[in-house]
Design a protein around this ligand. Structure first.
Ligand SMILES: C[S@@+](CC[C@H](N)C(=O)[O-])C[C@H]1O[C@@H](n2cnc3c(N)ncnc32)[C@H](O)[C@@H]1O
Length: 269
């Protein structure tokens, strides 16, 4: 699979998919960022910012004396994000088309780096962790949050969610060859090996049990999952059958969905 092709839709059409991540993970992520020592006046780098909801929040937190550089390698995504956030973005928040692999070329100094659900989309995530380490001054903080995609499940079991991912449960070392949807499992190890002093780590998994929560996997976001499934060899007919099963589970008041697990690690240089 080509490294420069991101798995999901980006830009305006992809907003719905990223919106789900914001709804499910932002409260937990924000608590952890505050706990990690995010303060007014800090200079923050947000790598793989997507639709920028967390970048906006980071900018509010660091305030006028701080600075936030939010990068994404998709021009389409950055244009959509600038458009989406223009009414709220303060002047100390800058969105830039820039790759995670090129952060050493940034001219801004940073003392706090944050990234979520991007390393598990890269073939060389450890290279990016090493670059973050190089970029930070002594005492600088890195908060990374990455998926353990194979932890997704439903009960009762349906084929459209969780099942096709179980073979990825025990990852071999894909570094340099392919992306690892379970990179969250390795995050603590790789950050520690790179030299970070680990201050905090946790594992979080949203449990969708109300109809409103489960509907997050219906609606427009479903198209993203469909495209992903088709690209991974599922036939259109199979997908339609699976999607119907998922709809039945959503409609079943007793049905429950475990979204991806997210492993969050706070390191200090
Ligand atoms: C799953 S989204 C996560 C977005 C956001 N961090 C969040 O948690 O909602 C991953 C984002 O990483 C971006 N991305 C993928 N490869 C990248 C790279 N090499 N450098 C920078 N951004 C990248 C994608 O365009 C996408 O916006």
């Amino acid at each position: 699979m080509r490294e420069d092709i991101y798995d999901f839709e980006v830009g305006k059409k992809g907003q719905e998919g990223l919106d789900i991540l914001d709804i499910m993970f932002n409260p937990h992520t924000k608590r952890c960022l505050e706990h990690a020592g995010l303060k007014p006046g800090m200079r923050v780098l947000d790598i793989g910012c997507g639709r920028g909801a967390m970048s906006l929040w980071l900018a509010q937190k660091v305030g006028v004396t701080g600075n936030v550089i939010a990068i994404d390698n998709s021009e389409n995504q950055i244009n959509a994000t600038i458009d989406l956030t223009k009414a709220q973005a303060p002047k100390w928040l800058h969105f830039k088309v820039h790759s995670a692999y090129d952060i050493e070329k940034l001219t801004e100094s940073v003392d706090f780096v944050y990234c979520r659900f991007i390393l598990h989309h890269l073939n060389n995530p450890t290279q990016v962790i090493e670059k973050v380490y190089e970029l930070l001054p002594k005492g600088g903080i890195f908060v990374a949050e990455e998926g353990v995609v194979s932890a997704a499940f439903t009960y009762p079991k349906v084929a459209a969610w969780g099942q096709e991912r179980t073979d990825a449960r025990y990852p071999h070392d894909t570094e340099g060859e392919d992306r690892d949807g379970n990179f969250g499992m390795k995050l603590h190890h790789q950050m520690k090996q790179t030299g970070f002093e680990i201050h905090y780590a946790d594992l979080y998994q949203p449990l969708l049990y109300t109809n409103e929560q489960k509907q997050l996997l219906g609606g427009p976001a479903r198209e993203g999952y469909k495209q992903y499934a088709l690209a991974h060899g599922i036939s259109e007919k199979e997908w339609e059958k699976n999607a119907k099963e998922l709809d039945n589970l959503i409609a079943n008041p007793a049905g429950v969905i475990g979204f991806y697990q997210s492993c969050l690690v706070v390191g200090r240089k």
